[in-house]
Design a protein around this ligand. Structure first.
Ligand SMILES: Nc1ncnc2c1ncn2[C@@H]1O[C@H](COP(=O)(O)OP(=O)(O)OP(=O)(O)O)[C@@H](O)[C@H]1O
Ligand SMILES: [Mg+2]
Length: 256
């Protein structure tokens, strides 16, 4: 059974703006699925709906067999633990007034009942927990006392990933997590995500306008255009001649 199921999801923002048009997809546990499309194709809208941040009237969404209904608060709380998000702009995730160690522990503070398997909470001090999380994303302990303004863009994005990992989510949704970083740092973050995905059972939904990033990381690729799923294929079929013309254009533009 698929971990995440989306059926016939449509989102109309206002008259004339159909951000998602009858979108259906299914994601299996442990897969890394890329959603690629140009600006305005509906990628962030899909992420927001999947996180329960954007209500929907048309369609059906289920995670691990349970339908996601935005208004049911208790069910949503458990869902929000299971499904974590990394945004394009780490500045929107990190509180500028908090040192990194406090920022990284915020999700665990909100879900005190969670005992992540990689941390021995009984013995560890709070700073030890933060240190272990930073280590998972390749950051040194001397970052603990720093403030977001004292970190580079790539380091801030690593902290956002550490925060998201702290609750051991079943599904990690990344919306353009590397778009505001320079090329070398982009690659490092993609490598970090790839390594984390291989180590854990976590499913990743990776949203990007960059088909190169998507093909580096993902084993399934879904192409979104004007709110429609126009193509959906496993990575090994990237160059199949029956790819949608739009997918072919994306590949050509990326000059593989
Ligand atoms: N809150 C909103 N109200 C009205 N229209 C919106 C809203 N958010 C997005 N839209 C519109 O919905 C469409 C899809 O937007 P969305 O942000 O999902 O695209 P995207 O694929 O994430 O684009 P980008 O790559 O630029 O981030 C666009 O036409 C956008 O203008
Ligand atoms: Mg977007």
């Amino acid at each position: 059974m698929s971990q995440l199921i989306v059926e016939n999801l449509s989102i109309h923002y206002s008259k004339g703006v159909k951000a998602l048009d009858n979108v259906s997809l299914a994601v299996n546990k442990g897969e890394c699925v890329g959603i690629v499309g140009e600006s305005g194709s509906g990628k962030s809208t899909l992420a927001k709906v999947l996180l329960g941040l954007q209500p929907y009237k048309e369609g059906y969404i289920a995670f691990e067999g349970n339908q996601i209904v935005p208004k049911k608060k208790e069910a949503l709380r458990e869902y929000r633990r299971q499904v974590q998000m990394v945004f394009q702009d780490a500045n929107s995730t990190l509180n500028p007034k908090l040192p990194i160690w406090k920022s990284v522990l915020e999700p665990l503070d909100n879900f005190k009942e969670v005992q992540p398997s990689f941390l021995n909470r009984e013995e560890a001090s709070r700073k030890d927990l933060a240190k272990a999380l930073l280590k998972m994303v390749g950051l040194d302990a001397h970052m603990l006392e720093r403030f977001p303004v004292e970190l580079s863009g790539g380091q801030k994005q690593r902290v956002s990933i550490a925060r998201a990992l702290s609750l051991e989510p079943g599904l990690l949704i990344c919306d353009e997590p590397t778009a505001s970083l320079d090329v070398t740092v982009q690659k490092q973050i993609l490598q970090l995500l790839k390594g984390l995905q291989e180590k854990t059972e976590m499913t990743i939904l990776f949203i990007s306008h960059d088909i190169r990033a998507v093909t580096f990381l993902c084993n399934q690729i879904i192409v979104l255009k004007d709110g429609l799923v126009v193509d959906w294929f496993p990575l090994e079929e990237l160059y199949h001649e029956d790819r949608h013309p739009y997918t072919k254009a994306l590949i050509k533009a990326a000059s593989f």
